[in-house]
Design a protein around this ligand. Structure first.
Ligand SMILES: NC(=O)C1=CN([C@@H]2O[C@H](COP(=O)(O)OP(=O)(O)OC[C@H]3O[C@@H](n4cnc5c(N)ncnc54)[C@H](OP(=O)(O)O)[C@@H]3O)[C@@H](O)[C@H]2O)C=CC1
Ligand SMILES: CC(=O)N[C@@H](CCC(=O)OP(=O)(O)O)C(=O)O
Length: 346
């Protein structure tokens, strides 16, 4: 039995962790952390948990929690996990952080983009960027996981094989991304109101979105050289889902078949990354509720550019599902344990 604590269990990402972990026979959620609902019945926060969860919400006392469980998920605002962890906690319990606190190696870059002082930069070096498709072996032995961002997960998986194989010039990458509103969390914000989101689509964070350095850092590792990209997210009127359309110039004259061979090389054995058949475009509806990332590409010989496309569910592969994928690896379980949900439709 794996004993789990969730700090931030009342948010969207935390709620999704609860939904997925409740289905597990070998997992017990011991701690439903909150800030606003301490002492209240968890099922009064999320009525879908009625008669499924009997516990009350707890606070964010990581020290106490570390003595009770095997792994703590922090699904909390930027900066909170970094302010809670210390050596004593990490020596007792594994921590999987869904925020961005440990995703970026250069603390100066984190502080510049997040406009926050990092509370525990001494742990950035040991934290493993929890993208199993790339860092599987490192994840297995980690005690602190930086679970990747939702846009970075989808952006990276969409373009990774062609960057890694040097078939596209990563510095020509333009990444257009669209997200459902759950990506903005459950907190009340004017931009998330029904009238602001419904019947509308807009770009936001243009040129300054905090996921830009995370995407660039991971692509730089893949390319073996510094990479800068143009990344623009958009908010669309749906609950879940991220769709990425990325454009880049070829470095040479690779054919459609050579590009496909690169994708197959990296993804053929990956359970959660589905390279679609030629001509089939990824759609958010075909991954909803699942941990799948659907990807595909099209070569445009007129421009010598490739259009790469990817779709994930931001709450699952973009957050809770990926965090559980990491947990499975850290506890020596098959990676897809409890994560084989079939996408839901309609
Ligand atoms: N939504 C998404 O698609 C994704 C989210 N993430 C990341 O997951 C994290 C949570 O995001 P999301 O679920 O969307 O956000 P929400 O706003 O929906 O939830 C935030 C959670 O953090 C809790 N919280 C806030 N402040 C504190 C505090 N001081 N002490 C303890 N708990 C606190 C809240 O508790 P309460 O409500 O009880 O006050 C709530 O449970 C963020 O870092 C986000 O970047 C990552 C990938 C995707
Ligand atoms: C629609 C929306 O607002 N999305 C959020 C990203 C989702 C998220 O919570 O960020 P992480 O993946 O880094 O944890 C944003 O643009 O900041």
């Amino acid at each position: 039995m794996i004993k789990v604590g969730i700090i931030g269990s009342t948010g969207y990402a935390g709620g999704e962790l609860v939904r997925l972990l409740l289905q597990r026979e070998n997992v017990e959620i011991k701690w439903y952390g909150s800030r606003s609902y301490i002492g209240q019945d968890y099922a009064s926060v999320y009525a879908n948990m009625f008669q499924l969860v009997d516990e009350n919400c707890m606070d964010d006392n990581m020290k106490e929690l570390a003595g009770l469980v095997d792994v703590v998920f922090t699904a909390t605002p930027q900066g909170l996990c970094a302010s809670l962890v210390d050596e004593e906690i990490l020596s007792k319990v594994k921590v999987i952080d869904l925020s961005a606190d440990f995703r970026i190696r250069d603390v100066g870059v984190y502080e510049q983009w997040y406009k926050l002082k990092h509370a525990s930069p001494q742990f950035i070096g040991e934290a493993v960027y929890g993208l199993p498709e790339v860092n599987r072996e490192l994840v297995k032995s980690a005690r602190l996981i930086a679970n990747p961002g939702c846009f970075p997960t989808c952006s990276f998986l969409t373009v990774y094989p062609l960057v890694k194989e040097g078939l596209i010039d990563p510095n020509t990458l333009i990444i257009d991304a669209k997200s459902g509103t759950s990506g903005a969390g459950r907190g009340a914000k004017v931009d998330s109101l029904y009238c602001e989101v419904n019947e509308n689509i807009k770009a936001y964070g243009v040129g300054v979105h905090r996921h830009t350095p995370e995407i660039e850092e991971q692509l730089s590792y893949a390319a073996g050289k510094p990479v800068t990209v143009s990344f623009t997210p958009h908010l669309v009127p749906m609950n879940r889902g991220i769709l990425v359309t990325a454009y880049a110039s070829l470095t040479g004259n690779a054919s459609e078949e050579e590009l496909r061979a690169a994708y197959e090389k990296y993804y053929q054995k990956e359970y959660f990354v589905r390279l679609l058949k030629p001509g089939v475009v990824p759609q958010t509806r075909w991954v909803e509720g699942s941990n799948f990332a659907d990807v595909n590409f099209k070569l445009d010989p007129r421009t010598n550019r490739v259009v790469m496309m990817g779709a994930i569910d931001n709450m699952v592969k973009g957050a809770a599902g990926q965090a559980i994928q990491n947990m499975n690896l850290m506890f020596g379980l098959a990676e897809h344990t409890g994560l084989r949900q079939v996408p839901m439709f309609p």
